[in-house]
Structure formats: C-alpha cells, structure tokens
Write a new protein. Structure first.
Length: 338
C-alpha cells in the first residue's frame, strides 16, 4: 500500500535535487559574472568612439586575428574562440558591404577597451574597441576607433561548476588585463610614411599612387585615373575613390604598401624636409582659379610665370574639361605638363 507513495516521494526528491542543482549552477554563474564585471570595468563611449568620463579596464590582445570595423558603423564584427584554439572571424557582413571593405584584424599586443560584457551558460561575450582614437584630444584626426565582438565559448555546464581562476585562464588566452593602470591618454602608433609620397606598382611600372598632404590622392592604374581622399589607421591605408564611390585598403610599411589584391607598390619619392613648395602650380590650382571666375588670359599668364607640375593624362584632361577649364588653358597646361 505504501509503494505508490514511495515512488512519488522519490520523484519529488529527484525533482527537488535537479531544481536545487540548477539553481546552484545559476547562482554560481551569477557570482562569477559579478566578479568578472568587477575586473573588466566597462568604458562608456560616444557615437564617434570618444570616451565619456573615466576609461575602464584596458585589455591587451594575446592573439592576432580579432576582426574589427570602424566604430562609425555602430556595430561589431563577430568572432569566436574556444579553449585552446585560435580566434575565428565570422563570414557574415555585420554592418553591410561598406563595413566589410573597411574591416581590419587587430594585432597581438594591441590594446582595447571593454564596452560590454555578456555572460550566459554557454559563452562569455566581450564587445571591445581599439584605444587608438578613444581620446580625441590626443589622436591623429585621421585615426578612427575600431570595434569587435568576441564570443568565448565553453562546454555545456562548464561555467556553473568552474572556479573563477579556471575561467580567467581561458579568457587569458585572448585577453590580458594591462598590468599598469590605464593612462588617461593613449597615443596611437603613427604610420611611418611622410606625405606627400608617390608609390609605383612593382608589377606594372605605369601604375602610380600619389598621396598628398591634404589627404587627397591621385591613382593611375590599368590605364584609368582615379581621385579621392584617404585616411591612415595605424599601418592601414583606406582609399575612398570618388569615381566609383567605393573604398579599398592597403597595408603600409617603411618603403612600400601592399594592396588588397596582394600587389606591392614601392615608394618612389617623398618629402622628408620642408613642406612642398606652395608656388608649384598643379591641376587643382587651375581648377580653383577657373571656378573663382578668373579670365583664361589671367590663368594662362599665371601658368607661364609659375613653376608647374601638371598631370596631363587622358583622365585628368577629361576632369579638367568637366571642371570648366577652357581649351586655351588646357593647351598651355599641355605645353608645361610633366
């Protein structure tokens, strides 16, 4: 007669035991999460990536390959990591095609701020931002902050039974807390190039890239001429091409750059002393004079009495014509072109 009640009692005991175990596991995760949030203090940032108030914990990357995109997109590029492995980036375009074209891998030793930290039973998610331009008063105007999201995965139930030290051991494979207190201002490494600079394609000598001091560029490639603006983020050069409304990247070194297709462009010349001679007349100077309403005869007189450095390639002649430069002025520029 007592058997059915014994079975019911056994079921209740097992159910209560499982519930208690689950609650204890959740409590363990909450305790670990609280301790980790104490160690990894968050940094508040504005929409442009500048810090708001006191900066939080600074982390130092222990591996290469954490893919990041400019903070201006308001998103993070996703990557994953599992204990003992390597960081693996997602193939999904978080932020769209433009963001994908501007992504770059953060390097081992690079420092980042923690913007958000999420912890659940299966993973721990760090949302981070590069420190390079966190303080706008110290950063180069061309520098932009980059953001990344790294999900550190754990085996099922691991966080509920592991000690804080064990969990920190896994985190330490990708992030190390900077030993010293974070400085109020982090000055990013500057690109080694001095502008203006001209690069020649090592595989096609007729292809050239000229980077100007005003962050504009002129590119001659495969018989086509392109213009636009550029920024330098560390050792990454980002070109914004006006004619195609597209962006492309290249990696800079002391005397060369490598474009996204793997081709090498060798430094031909650059200024290392005084700034370029402002009296040298160039294409854009002629366009400015024409748009200011100066008569062709005055512009021609200025050309004939000045030191000139004109680009008279077919693409540039078309651009000059479309900018309102008259035939007489174009003829004079051709006679003085380099």
């Amino acid at each position: 007669m007592n058997k059915p009640w014994s079975c019911v009692a056994l079921v209740l005991v097992l159910t209560l035991s499982a519930t208690l175990s689950r609650l204890q596991g959740q409590e363990q995760i909450q305790n670990v999460a609280q301790q980790l949030r104490t160690q990894y203090r968050l940094t508040r940032v504005a929409a442009d990536g500048t810090t708001v108030g006191k900066a939080g914990t600074v982390l130092v990357l222990q591996q290469d390959g954490l893919t990041a995109i400019p903070a201006s997109y308001g998103k993070y590029w996703y990557s994953n990591f599992k204990d003992g492995g390597r960081i693996k980036g997602s193939t999904v375009q978080h932020g769209g095609t433009d963001a994908a074209s501007e992504r770059r891998p953060l390097q081992m030793g690079e420092k980042v701020y923690v913007l958000n930290l999420e912890i659940n039973q299966a993973e721990m998610v760090f949302c981070v931002q590069s420190c390079g331009a966190c303080d706008v008063s110290a950063a180069d105007p061309s520098e932009v902050p980059y953001r990344a999201r790294l999900a550190i995965g754990f085996p099922k139930g691991y966080l509920a039974v592991s000690t804080l030290k064990q969990i920190e051991g896994t985190i330490g494979q990708v992030f190390a807390i900077e030993s010293a207190a974070p400085p109020p201002v982090y000055v990013p490494a500057k690109a080694p190039q001095i502008f203006p600079a001209t690069y020649v394609n090592g595989q096609a000598q007729t292809d050239q890239l000229r980077l100007n001091t005003d962050h504009s560029f002129w590119l001659q490639e495969a018989g086509q001429t392109y213009h636009g603006t550029f920024v330098v983020n560390g050792n990454t050069l980002v070109l914004s091409i006006s004619e195609t409304n597209a962006k492309t990247t290249a990696t800079l070194s002391d005397n060369k750059l490598t474009d996204s297709s793997g081709q090498t462009w060798v430094l031909q010349e650059r200024s290392v002393g005084n700034p370029p001679d402002a009296t040298v007349l160039q294409n854009d100077d002629v366009i400015k004079m024409a748009k200011a309403g100066l008569d062709d005869s005055i512009i021609i007189s200025k050309i004939s009495s000045s030191k000139c450095q004109f680009d008279t390639s077919a693409g540039e002649l078309i651009r000059l014509k479309e900018s309102g430069i008259g035939a007489a002025v174009l003829k004079e520029m051709l006679s003085r072109g380099k």
